[in-house]
Design a protein around this ligand. Structure first.
Ligand SMILES: Nc1nc2c(c(=O)[nH]1)N[C@H]1C(S)=C(S)[C@@H](COP(=O)(O)O)O[C@H]1N2
Ligand SMILES: [Mo]
Length: 210
């Protein structure tokens, strides 16, 4: 964990310096069973919560040394990160070259300092959605809480004010309208993970269902 965390931070620092080229995960950039789209479809539970910026907070707590509840301006005050990644939805559409901006997960982790016991991360959203990831999956150089897409504030239908982006996994692993990030010492399945979807969710291994 420690070594891979340092390696991810080094890659992230090179990205911040504009020197990192994107790693290529497969000779075929489109994962198996996916088709390419260019219109950024929306997918949610049918509720698109309206969260005014002056009432928005992001709480990061659980197995951490210094839990925080960030206001919008505090979140904006953190070191900003922009990255280009591909987006894969389990319903078989993918979109390439998504330019998201926000705060790197590594920056949030440095802020709250996960305890050695922390092994998983659980997300709660303003629409009641939940999802979960292993901590080592989150501690990657391309994972972020995004507030912008292609240079504009993230639209409400895409999870604005802020959503989680985990590019290497199917998109349901990234919580739109994220409200809480909870570090845990065990795994806890989220909304789709409890309903038969894969817990590991790697699109290149076609891990769609459990
Ligand atoms: N809060 C919340 N986050 C969510 C969802 C949701 O219903 N609620 N749907 C997930 C699913 S299944 C996908 S494919 C992506 C879709 O993101 P998009 O609507 O911006 O394309 O968001 C994920 N995050
Ligand atoms: Mo999805």
């Amino acid at each position: 964990m420690k070594d891979s965390y340092i390696a991810a931070k080094e890659r992230w620092a090179r990205k911040m310096a504009g020197q990192q080229r994107r790693e290529i995960r497969s000779s075929d950039r489109l994962p198996p069973g996916q088709r390419l789209v260019t219109d950024f479809p929306t997918l949610d539970l049918g509720i698109q919560p309206e969260v005014p910026l002056d009432r928005w907070t992001l709480s990061i707590h659980g197995k951490v040394e210094t839990p925080v509840t960030l206001t919008w301006s505090q979140f904006q005050g953190l070191e900003q990160f922009e990255d280009v990644s591909d987006f894969h939805c389990v319903t078989t559409w993918s979109q390439f070259d998504m330019r998201f901006a926000g705060v790197a997960f590594l920056t949030l982790a440095d802020l709250v300092r996960p305890l050695p016991a922390a092994s998983h991360v659980y997300f709660k959203s303003y629409d009641g959605y939940t999802t979960n990831n292993a901590l080592d999956v989150m501690m990657d150089d391309d994972v972020m809480v995004a507030h912008s897409w292609n240079g504009a504030p993230l639209a409400k239908e895409h999870g604005g004010p802020a959503r989680v982006i985990v590019p290497k996994l199917y998109a349901w692993k990234g919580a739109k309208w994220v409200k809480e990030i909870i570090f845990l010492d065990r795994d806890l399945l989220g909304f789709w993970e409890l309903r038969g979807y894969s817990n590991s969710a790697d699109p290149f291994k076609e891990e769609r269902f459990a």
